[in-house]
Ligand binder design. Structure first.
Ligand code: B16
Ligand code: MG
Length: 219
């Protein structure tokens, strides 16, 4: 048995840039500069954990109540959703659709392991829902990435062991989660190098599905 487990933001589509823009906007209102380098630390991290990291960056971690923090997170999400308005099938990253079609032809189940609560909406906008047998609900998890729980759950949902799956990630937190459960990791490296991946590519255009399966088999 085999299966593919995909992160969403930065792997299927480039919504990572919208998350960054939305956090930078919120940071400006709070007097905290969220730059591109710091933003790397937010990739794959849940909404509330990202907010906590930003507040800590500005030494403001004790200035807001939980209620206020939930309001700030909701404000960021509203801004983010606004940026997603024009998202459509053309926003799939290069080679993703072809890879999903090739997986479907080979009857290899695919699942989404994204920290994003917006994942179902984004997949619908991209018109790729039908390629995925399962989407992990991040609200159902005890721990976020880099904990491996989300990847273990995704493998369970498609009926395979974590060690039988190949995981695709663009963030270090995600790669760490994949490797922590013995899964084969493919890094989608655009900016920063990812440590610990089994192979890395710039995009799905660089991946031959059959060669990838062979590499995993002979690992
Ligand atoms: P939301 P991934 C993650 O998605 C993003 O990388 C991260 O920047 C974001 O904070 C997180 O989802 C939560 O997203 O606010 O939409 O629930 O990379 O795990 O697909
Ligand atoms: Mg990601």
């Amino acid at each position: 048995m085999k299966g593919f487990i995909f992160d969403l933001d930065g792997v299927i589509t480039d919504t990572a840039k919208y998350h960054y823009e939305a956090w930078r906007n919120l940071g400006e209102k709070l007097g905290i500069t969220v730059d591109e380098k710091f933003n790397e630390q937010l990739k794959g991290i849940s909404r509330m954990d990202s907010l906590d990291r930003i507040l800590a960056l500005g030494n403001k971690e004790n200035e807001y109540s939980l209620y206020e923090k939930k309001q700030l997170a909701a404000e960021k999400n509203a801004y983010y959703l606004n940026l997603l308005q024009g998202l459509g099938p053309d926003d799939l990253l290069s080679g993703v659709k072809e890879f999903l079609m090739a997986a479907q032809e080979r009857n290899i189940p695919c699942a989404i392991a994204s920290a994003s609560k917006n994942a179902p909406l984004i997949l619908e906008k991209l018109d790729v829902n039908d390629y995925f047998e399962a989407i992990v609900d991040p609200a159902s998890l005890a721990k976020g990435k880099p904990h491996p729980e989300i990847f273990i759950r995704a493998a369970q949902l498609i009926g395979i062991e974590a060690t039988e799956a190949i995981g695709f990630e663009d963030a270090q937190a995600g790669v760490d989660g994949i490797k922590a459960c013995g899964m084969f990791a493919v890094g989608i490296e655009v900016d920063e190098p990812l440590i610990g991946v089994d192979i890395s590519v710039n995009s799905f255009c660089d991946l031959d599905i059959d060669k990838l399966l062979e590499i995993q088999r002979n690992r």
